[in-house]
Design a protein around this ligand. Sequence first.
Ligand code: NAP
Length: 265
Amino acid sequence: MLIPKRLGQTDLSVSPLGLGTVKLGRNQKVNYPSAFDLPDDDQVKRLLDIAWELGINLLDTAPAYGTSEERLGKLMAGSGHDWVISTKVGEEFADGESCFDFTPTQVRVSIERSLRRLRRDYIDMVLVHSDGNDSAIIERYEIFDVLAELKRAGWLRAFGMSTKTLEGGLLTARHADLVMVTYNLNHRAEEAVIDECLRLNKGVMVKKALASGHLCSDDATDDPVQTSMNFVFAHPGISSAIVGTINPQHLRDNVSKALLALHQD
Ligand code: NAP
């Protein structure tokens, strides 16, 4: 069973493996190795039940993931499971296009909508969904001050940014509760962000641990998923790796391999 641990200095406790939910709500303009149909409600419900049974308590979503938030809100309702939810602000995906707005007004509007869609009184984690200009967003919009105010007002428990640059990741580590960073065998460029979070005792969520699935078909490696998990969890600064899947067998496989990598089996 996955053993949850405290996320940085927050009062949230998260499983070392979280479930990424892009594929629950969006199948256009995504970067996965193959096209896929969105799962139906029964399939999502089953996936969530399996995840919970295996010890996953963390779900990562975003307004930019199409219908993901709305579906989670509906399908989590009445399940009795105390999920920790991470969602985002700043990016929208509508009519096949992404657009970005990091203004304080839009941050509030977006969180209010996420609260409604997720059917929650507060959101556990809110991350800024960066367009790549991490440092400019932080400095120009003073976005962490806006989120800190909403945290004090009880709208959220913790905040951070899903970053795309080393500089932005380091700034986020210093000024927020957590960073969501890309980290996998093919991408170590932001590893110093994880080191910094470890030094400052801040939370780290890894995105794209399997390089959006591209690492899973590496014929040169005996067990690419295990190799990927071993790599990610070897860093002591990782709070949780958010791995996306809509395949129950992959979900089970990921949990067993994460347990092996974490020596929690
Ligand atoms: P990922 O977790 O690295 O990989 C997901 C892909 O790997 C899916 O196509 C999945 O396909 C496949 N997969 C998963 N487990 C597998 C297994 N055991 N064997 C074979 N294939 C497997 O990539 P990601 O979904 O891009 O990123 C993870 C999560 O991070 C997202 O869902 C999202 O929550 C978050 N994220 C955030 C941002 C951001 O900017 N904030 C960007 C990207 C991602 P199946 O469905 O067939 O298993």
